[in-house]
Design a protein around this ligand. Structure first.
Ligand code: EPU
Length: 420
């Protein structure tokens, strides 16, 4: 439970953690090789702990010390990802491609819907079928088998991040050439391609959305430093936009934050990128006014990330104008928007669009986190509320933020946490 005393401007510097959505597929891909793969700058979040547990269940050795993860899949012995695990972490579906490729078989279950939408895995299954997998599917359990995956040409109906990742991992050791069209172009896809290339995979074209993978006989262990988490960086910038103040973020390449930074500038924030280019850059932000209204459509990268929609919406709840957020990636990602009513926010929903009329200050509220990013949104709203807000969380935030309370405190927020 978080107790947040609002209306304290944020000041200070913070280095963001490594990217959750880059680490999870790299952990899955380590199944494709024998020997010790080392991944550094790994965030200590529950999704990573859970993926490590799944890999151990499958017979891999996994060590996780500080921010260094070592995975050795030489002893891979299992092919079942339990229903219980799938229920806890949807991204366990990322193991389908690599397990099928390495062991020729996978038994798992449908992940089911979640609070942000239905989240089916039909594209994952279709691309694996196109590569020769036989998939028995009774709508609950899934049994996939393939003696040897074969190269194919496949167009994704939508540039799904997870399905693109699964296809890449399956294609790396498939026989022949795989051509993937309409692929996702998120930075995490770029990182997975570099990671696979460093293991010996032959991949090209990822920046264009059409990826060609020439299957190789064998992949080798590698080591890698994970990029900074663009969604964590965006969350902390949003926190400072709501609370006001001046902060500096390091550890993330500003290039992957083009749309969120554009939105912050429109709100009236002063943004300054300094120091080196790339991940060594420093992103400075000053916010000396109430955020002006913005119009944001979420979309696949390079569009505005859906994972920052609720957090930016919370900023505008305490803004000075009217904003419109259109959610195009998920069909039901407005749970947090609805919960902002607990802080007196004026939000109305019209199908895929939320209209927010900013009011400041917000009133202190009591609310429960609906999901990972929605939880962060409630904290952001609490920073702009005149008094003590209480936000309870049943573990959503730890899935993606190492310690969001610690980080916001470091920036000067008045946040206490207790176990209740
Ligand atoms: N979709 C389908 N069929 C599929 C796959 C996806 O219809 O087979 C639909 C989804 O239902 C959704 C859209 O396509 O409406 C996009 O889904 P996508 O597959 O791109 O998302 P994902 O791979 O399941 C990753 C991130 C999410 C992030 C999305 C979109 C990971 C582990 N997760 O999910 O991150 O929202 O891409 O950028 O990489 C988060 O970190 O909070 C989070 C939810």
């Amino acid at each position: 439970m978080f107790k947040v005393q609002g209306l304290k401007p944020l000041h200070g510097k913070i280095k963001v953690q490594g990217a959750k959505n880059a680490v999870l597929p790299m952990m899955a891909v380590s199944l494709l090789t024998e020997g010790r793969t080392e991944i550094r700058n790994v965030p200590r979040i529950s999704d990573v702990f859970l993926m490590a547990e799944i890999l151990r269940d499958l017979g891999c050795q996994v060590m996780f010390q500080d921010d260094v993860l070592e995975i050795d899949a030489s002893g891979l012995s299992g092919t079942v990802i339990s229903e219980k695990t799938v229920g806890k972490m949807r991204s366990s579906s990322l193991l389908l491609g690599p397990l099928l490729s390495r062991a020729g078989e996978v038994t798992t279950w449908y992940p089911g819907g979640c609070v942000i939408g239905k989240r089916p895995i039909d594209f994952h299954l279709d691309v694996l079928r196109a590569m020769g997998a036989e998939i028995l599917d009774d709508g609950g359990m899934l049994i996939a088998k393939a003696k040897k995956l074969c190269g194919t040409t496949f167009r994704f109906p939508y540039p799904s991040v997870g399905a693109t990742e699964n296809a890449l991992m399956a294609a790396a050791l498939a026989s022949g050439t795989t051509k993937l069209l309409n692929c996702a172009r998120e930075p995490e896809i770029m990182e997975l391609c570099s990671f696979l290339r460093s293991m010996g995979a032959k991949i090209s074209g990822e920046r264009t959305g059409t990826i060609t993978v020439d299957g190789v006989e064998k992949l080798f262990p590698t080591d890698h430093v994970t990029a900074g988490d663009r969604i964590c960086a965006g969350t902390y910038l949003a926190a400072a936009a709501a609370a006001g103040g001046e902060i500096e973020i390091t550890g993330v390449d500003p290039v992957v934050l083009v749309e969120p930074l554009k939105a912050l500038r429109k709100m009236g924030a002063g943004i300054r990128i300094s120091g080196a280019t790339g991940p060594k850059a420093r992103i400075g932000m000053v916010m000396e006014r109430r955020p002006a209204g913005v119009e944001i459509d979420t979309g696949p990268y390079p569009g505005f990330p859906t994972d920052l929609q609720s957090v930016f919406l919370a900023v505008e709840a305490a803004g000075s104008g009217e904003s419109r957020f259109k959610e195009t990636v998920y069909e039901a990602r407005f749970e947090a928007a609805m919960r902002l009513a607990a802080f007196g926010a004026d939000v109305s929903l019209h199908k895929d669009t939320a209209i927010i009329r900013g009011r400041y200050p917000l009133v202190p509220g009591i609310a429960e986190t609906p999901d990972l990013r929605g939880g962060a949104a409630l904290l952001v709203a609490a920073l702009a509320a005149d008094g003590l807000s209480v936000i309870s969380d049943s573990g959503h935030l730890k899935r993606g933020y190492e310690d969001i309370g610690r980080d916001l405190r470091k920036l000067g927020a008045d946040i206490e946490e207790d176990e209740l």
